[in-house]
Design a protein around this ligand. Structure first.
Ligand code: CDP
Length: 778
């Protein structure tokens, strides 16, 4: 067996990056220290909404080692006081300019010889605030007279409305339905909370060229954004993203600290390092915060008739939501899920509030998570109302395999799927029939046991240029492959792994296409001087877009290899076929050459062909991909204490062709743990004055191995018909699909008491209160 057969597509090859990670030899942002570097600390507002009457930095400047204090005034003087958000039209203040709009907003930057001096001095910057009334919820934003963004032409807290689907037809279908579920469902404000917070080191060389080390999931987008903010030509900007300790969407935005570090490095003439504290990380961005009103209509025997959902979105003080511009509410249109719903309508209004900006795509394709949660919760409520088993209700409404490509009523064309097959595997593996029996026995004894199912569909792989762009840049991805004379090579892409294992899976894709050894490929990402342009890694787009680019770039190499092989075998290239990882003469398979032999010839004996063996390719995918899965949670609830215990969790994913099953399983484990945390523990709550009540890990909880359930995983394979290797994505699926399974299980446990819905997180207190209220009402 050759190493290619052993290690290429579909094999659980060990992660090639792990030797450096598990030995503590990863090279992260905080490992970068440049000679003569200064440290930067930021001053943050204690008020959610206030006028700034004055800033006095004289005491701060007296701290030994402090070099400078910068405010909006200095930034404005250099023309870098505003930062375009990735949403396109809004201009975020780099440092608060005359007014603070949310608690912890950046007000001043302090530069000093040591980190300690910078932080000490930041505490001594005197800011004279005049507190103002804060607008804390979208509901308040609608009615309150306070205009949060007086700096904008439009004097309203309303940012935009986005609607999609058939409003009149949907209203009519709902009116004619035997039954309509109406439910308000909130997806709470949460945070991606990567292990490593954000940071940067900015340095200008003697020729005025900026070298910018930064925790970025999208280095090329940063380079272009930095050009737009600072006016530094793109050839004078090198963005380098080193190893990242997680990202999950938190490392996509360009944060004010980055601009302050660059401005400091330019003006002071020394490198500047800035790295967030945990509190700074937790208080500078958020995810979700969608307030949804869903109406789901059905016939009395459970056939879906129509879906309508109206949403208020809390975008915070600047419109920085990660929504590619042609989808102002991201890919929320996937809310019809896995179901063949004849007509649907979704309308969303986004509002400014005095809260931190963000709306980052936390392990999610721009609002797919909110959509999947909403429809999967509504399906369970409908099942309960109609007294139909939730599994049976789903079975009656699944889009059937022969309906693909499936045109959804909310504009997407689903590529492929086999929902029933995946659900049946999950039901079989978890022993659904036995669980139902056990539940019936327990219910008879008054015990609370719940089974929750989620049969979600996602839309990932942003995306086709006809639909997507960020700051006008189309969302393609680039791949470059260079094969050396020995058959080893370098692979470069515009994506950036944050722990997903690209150094392994990218090598597997190319090895499979070329019949070369994946262990002999160096995989490079994250340096804009060397990597081809690409839009980065978030929203599970790497495999659908960069993975496609890699396969097609490898095929370009194969095309050239064929010409060299024809020269070596002295036949016409039309007489060659690529079979069993080698070029064979058709009808005479013993006459063949491998790609390794071709690679050597490319540099030693190319014949009439141009020497060398390399290719660059930019891939603009024709469509998105639509991964799906069935997740089933089994939960026991303690009636006295409200404590929930996830006893079992079965996750069957379908991400099309699998490149590396072990990596896929790891992705699923991580995402399920995050989904569990969101369902049961996590929220960024605010008090009525706009104070953020989750600013550290004692308030914003992260699950440890003690709380985390044991995951059972598996898969079905329904390839994407348009992706070059049939692969879909998997990174975000477990985060997207699992919250509904957990919540459905808890509500199922409580349903004998008449509990219909509880908003996440399902903390012990909330569950306990729901039980007590339900008991009191009985
Ligand atoms: O964009 P991101 O890398 O976060 O997400 P992804 O494209 O879903 O990929 C996550 C990891 O799983 C990568 O290493 C992929 O190559 C791998 N994967 C796989 O092995 N097979 C698939 N069908 C999908 C992803």
């Amino acid at each position: 067996m050759t190493s290619t057969e052993k290690f290429a597509m579909g094999k659980s090859m060990k992660r090639r990056e792990d030797p450096r990670f598990i030995q503590g030899k990863g090279h992260y942002l905080d490992d970068i220290n440049l000679p003569g570097q200064l440290y930067m600390a930021l001053v943050h507002s204690p008020y959610p909404h206030a006028n700034i009457l004055g800033i006095d930095s004289s005491e701060a400047m007296k701290v030994p080692g402090v070099v400078a204090v910068v405010t909006a005034k200095e930034l404005n003087a250099h023309g870098v006081g505003r930062l375009p958000t990735f949403h396109g039209f809004d201009q975020q203040m780099v440092l608060a300019d005359g007014k603070v709009l949310y608690q912890h907003q950046e007000v001043a930057a302090v530069y000093a010889e040591t980190r300690e001096a910078a932080y000490d001095a930041a505490e001594l910057v005197e800011v004279d605030y005049e507190p103002l009334q804060a607008v804390v919820t979208p509901q308040q934003a609608k009615t309150d007279e306070t205009i949060i963004r007086a700096d904008r032409e439009q004097q309203t807290n309303h940012i935009f409305n986005w609607s999609v689907g058939q409003q009149d037809a949907t209203e009519q279908a709902l009116a004619g339905s035997d039954h309509v579920v109406r439910q308000h469902i909130k997806y709470q404000r949460v945070h991606a909370a990567p292990l490593e917070p954000c940071g940067c080191v900015a340095e200008f060389d003697v020729m005025g060229r900026l070298k910018f080390y930064v925790t970025s999931q999208a280095p090329h987008v940063y380079r272009t954004a930095l050009f737009l903010v600072t006016g530094i030509p793109e050839d004078k900007i090198q963005v380098i993203a080193p190893d990242l300790g997680g990202g999950f969407g938190n490392k996509v935005p360009v944060y004010p600290g980055y601009i302050c570090a660059i401005a400091g490095a330019l003006v002071i003439g020394r490198p500047v390092k800035w790295i967030e504290t945990r509190t700074e990380n937790l208080t500078s961005s958020f995810a979700r915060d969608y307030h949804m009103d869903i109406e789901l209509g059905a016939t009395k025997d459970g056939k879906l008739t129509a879906l309508k959902v109206l949403t208020d979105a809390d975008h915070g003080a600047f419109d920085a939501a990660a929504d590619p511009s042609k989808y102002p509410a991201g890919m929320f249109g996937i809310i019809t899920g896995s179901y063949d719903i004849p007509t649907a309508y979704a309308s969303l209004d986004a509002y400014f509030t005095n809260k931190m900006p963000g709306g980052v795509a936390y392990r999610c394709s721009f609002r797919v998570t909110e959509a999947a949660y909403c429809i999967e919760r509504a399906m369970d409520i409908l099942a309960d109302d109609l007294n139909i088993d939730p599994v049976e209700l789903r079975r009656r409404n699944f889009i059937q395999p022969e309906q693909f490509p499936y045109q959804s009523p909310l504009s997407f064309t689903y590529d492929s799927g086999d929902y029933e097959k995946t659900m049946d595997v999950a039901l079989e593996r978890i022993g659904y029939a036995d669980l139902l029996k056990e539940q019936a026995e327990k219910r008879a004894r008054g015990e609370l046991m719940g089974i929750g199912i989620s049969t979600f569909t996602e839309v990932t792989g942003a995306g086709p240029s006809k639909h997507f762009d960020i700051l006008g840049i189309k969302m393609f991805d680039g791949a470059e492959i260079r094969i050396h004379p020995s058959g080893a090579g370098i692979i470069r892409t515009g994506t950036k792994s944050q722990g997903q294992g690209h150094e392994t899976t990218w090598a597997q894709i190319v090895a499979e296409e070329l019949g070369l050894d994946p262990q002999n490929f160096q995989v490079e990402e994250g340096d804009t001087d060397t990597a081809p342009y690409g839009l980065g890694t978030y929203a599970s787009r790497s495999t659908p877009v960069a993975g496609g680019a890699l396969a097609l770039a490898a095929r370009k190499i194969r095309d050239k290899g064929r010409k060299i092989a024809a020269h070596l075998l002295e036949v016409d290239e039309m007489d060659l076929e690529w079979k069993d990882y080698r070029f064979q003469v058709m009808g005479a398979p013993s006459r063949s050459v491998t790609m390794k032999e071709v690679a050597f010839a490319a540099y030693t004996n190319p014949g009439e062909n141009e020497p060398g063996l390399e290719a660059t390719l930019y891939y603009d995918p024709p469509n998105m991909v639509f991964p799906h899965g069935t997740y089933i949670a089994v939960v026991d609830v303690d009636r006295e204490t409200g404590e929930t215990k996830v006893r079992r969790f079965m996750a069957i994913d379908d991400c099309g062709t699998i490149i590396n099953p072990m990596i896929v399983e790891g992705q699923v484990h991580g995402g399920l743990t995050e989904g569990y945390a969101i369902a049961f523990m996590q929220e960024i709550p605010y008090d009525e004055d706009g104070n953020n009540l989750a600013t550290n890990f004692t308030e914003y909880l992260v699950p440890t191995s003690l709380e985390t359930p044991s995951w059972e995983t598996g898969h079905t394979v329904t390839p994407s018909p348009h992706h070059p290797i049939g692969a879909k994505s998997v990174g975000e699926s477990p985060n997207v699909g699992s919250p509904a399974a957990f919540v459905n299980a808890v509500i199922d446990a409580l349903s004998p008491l008449g509990v219909r819905h509880i908003d996440m997180p399902l903390t012990r207190e909330k569950v306990w209160s729901a039980i007590r209220e339900a008991e009191a009402a009985q």
